[in-house]
Ligand binder design. Structure first.
Ligand SMILES: NC(=O)c1ccc[n+]([C@@H]2O[C@H](COP(=O)([O-])OP(=O)(O)OC[C@H]3O[C@@H](n4cnc5c(N)ncnc54)[C@H](OP(=O)(O)O)[C@@H]3O)[C@@H](O)[C@H]2O)c1
Length: 242
C-alpha cells in the first residue's frame, strides 16, 4: 500500500527537510509552494501555487486527490508547513495588506486546506493525519510578532477543534500541532536582519546562530516523521520537536 504526503511550503527550509525525510521513508509526495524546486527528485509532484490566494485551494486539492487512489493508499498525511512572519514590527506599524496576507497564509489557507483534505478522505479507512506546523510563538508573545503569534496560536486551537469534530467519525483524521524549535532557515535570517526597534529580542536569535544552536531542517523533518508514525500521540496534541 502507498504512503502519501501532501505538504505546503515543501520547497525550502523546514519543508524541504520534511520532504527529504518522508521521501526516504517511501512516501509519494505532493508539494505546494510558490516556487518550483529544480533540484529535487522527480518523484515529488510539485504544485506552484500562492496559498494567500485561498480561493484556489479547493481546486488545488481536487487536482491532487485525482492523482491518489484510495484503494492503494495505506496512509495519508497533510502537513501545513508554509508560513511567514510577515513584516516584523509592532502591530501599529504594520500595513493592513501585510496583516491580511500573513493571516491568509498562516491561518486561512490552513483552515481551508484542513477542510478540503478531511472532506476528500473522510470515508477512507486508512491512517490519516494532519500536522499543523506551529511555533513556540503560539504560546509566548514576542514584541514585533503580533500577527505571527496570533495566527500560530489559532492553528493550535484548530488542531484541538479538528480532534473533537473527528472523534465520532467512523474513520477519523488525527490532527497534531508541532512546534519545530528554532531552525536554520530563511525565516531565521529574516529575524536576524530585522531591527531592535521592531524586534526587541533580536539579540537572542543572533546569539543562537553565532553559537551554532539552530536546529537543522533535516533533523526537524526526521523528528516530524517519527511523530507522524507514533500512534500513541492523541489527536489534538500540541507538541514540540525540542
Ligand atoms: N525556522 C524556525 O525557526 C521556525 C520556528 C518555529 C516555527 N516555524 C514554522 O515552520 C514553518 C516553515 O518555516 P521555515 O523556517 O522553513 O520558513 P522558510 O524557510 O521561509 O520557508 C517557508 C516555506 O513556505 C513557503 N511559502 C511562503 N509563502 C508562501 C505562499 N504565499 N504560498 C505558498 N507557499 C509559501 C515557501 O516556499 P516559496 O517561497 O517557494 O513559496 C517555503 O517553502 C512555518 O510555518 C514557520 O512559521 C519556523
Amino acid at each position: 500500500m502507498k504512503k502519501v504526503l501532501i505538504i505546503t511550503g515543501g520547497s525550502k527550509g523546514i519543508g524541504a527537510g520534511i520532504v527529504n525525510a518522508y521521501l526516504t521513508d517511501g512516501f509519494q509526495i505532493y508539494s505546494i509552494a510558490r516556487t518550483f524546486n529544480k533540484d529535487v527528485s522527480v518523484a515529488i509532484k510539485q504544485y506552484t501555487v500562492d496559498l494567500t490566494l485561498t480561493e484556489n485551494i479547493e481546486k488545488l486539492f481536487e487536482d491532487i486527490f485525482k492523482e491518489i487512489d484510495p484503494k492503494e493508499t495505506g496512509q495519508i498525511t497533510l502537513i501545513n508547513n508554509a508560513g511567514t512572519l510577515g513584516e516584523i514590527a509592532p502591530l501599529t506599524r504594520l500595513k493592513p495588506l501585510d496583516i491580511q496576507q500573513t493571516v491568509a497564509l498562516n491561518l486561512t489557507s490552513v483552515l481551508v486546506s484542513c477542510a478540503v483534505f478531511i472532506k476528500s478522505c473522510q470515508s477512507w479507512a486508512c491512517k490519516k493525519s494532519i500536522i499543523n506546523i506551529s511555533s513556540g510563538a503560539a504560546q509566548k508573545p514576542y514584541f514585533g510578532w503580533s500577527v505571527y503569534c496570533a495566527t500560530k496560536s489559532a492553528i493550535d486551537m484548530l488542531s484541538k477543534n479538528i480532534a473533537i469534530e473527528q472523534e465520532e467519525e467512523k474513520h477519523p483524521v488525527r490532527a497534531l500541532s508541532i512546534a519545530p524549535g528554532v531552525v536554520d532557515t530563511g525565516m531565521q535570517a529574516q529575524i536576524r536582519s530585522s531591527s531592535k526597534d521592531n524586534f526587541k529580542t533580536i539579540d537572542r536569535f543572533i546569539q543562537l546562530k553565532e553559537n551554532n544552536q539552530l536546529l537543522e531542517p533535516s533533523y526537524v523533518g526526521h523528528s516530524i516523521l517519527q511523530m507522524d508514525k507514533d500512534d500513541q500521540l492523541t489527536s489534538g496534541s500540541i507538541l514540540r520537536v525540542q
